[in-house]
Write a protein that binds this ligand. Structure first.
Ligand code: FES
Ligand code: FES
Length: 153
């Protein structure tokens, strides 16, 4: 079957076979490699995207269920000329090491700040608790988010 959906503002169509995940289809059929494939079990958040306004692990969403939805991936955040403010904050605070987890964190942070422009530290920690980084101690990530309006504890 083919799935028809809007991805980063563009109407797209992609072939889907059986129980393939949204993550697989984004990466392998549409060439959007930002969402990363790490655990495929909903444990690490590296595949985080936004579907119809909700933050989801795209490895847990069946691609067939994405029919008619609006999907936003990390590729849809920056413009050609400018990083998204969350990406800029991550760069400025050194919140990136190997970068594998970064797209998921960026999407989750953008979603958080859209709904809660000045989250407290506990709220930031809670909102990002589904995203795992194997490189950093989370301090730089926290400072990057706080620099964008997050309140101090
Ligand atoms: S790859 Fe989806 S949560 Fe880890
Ligand atoms: S920067 Fe390497 S996993 Fe997070």
């Amino acid at each position: 079957m083919n799935v028809h959906f809007t991805v980063n503002g563009e109407e797209r169509e992609a072939a889907v076979q059986g129980p393939e995940s949204l993550l697989f289809v984004l990466r392998e059929r549409l060439g959007l490699l930002g969402a990363k494939d790490a655990c495929e079990q909903g444990e690490c958040g590296s595949c985080t995207v936004i579907v119809d306004g909700d933050l989801v692990c795209s490895c847990l969403v069946m691609a067939a269920d994405a029919e008619g939805t609006e999907v936003l991936t990390v590729e849809g955040l920056a413009t050609e000329d400018e990083l998204h403010p969350v990406q800029q904050a991550f760069v400025e605070h050194g919140a990136v090491q190997c970068g594998f987890c970064t797209p998921g964190f960026v999407v989750a942070t953008a979603h958080l700040l859209e709904h809660q422009p000045a989250p407290t530290e506990p709220e930031i920690r809670e909102a990002l608790s589904g995203n795992i980084c194997r490189c950093t101690g989370y301090g730089a990530l926290l400072r990057a988010v706080q620099s964008m309006g997050g309140a101090s504890p």
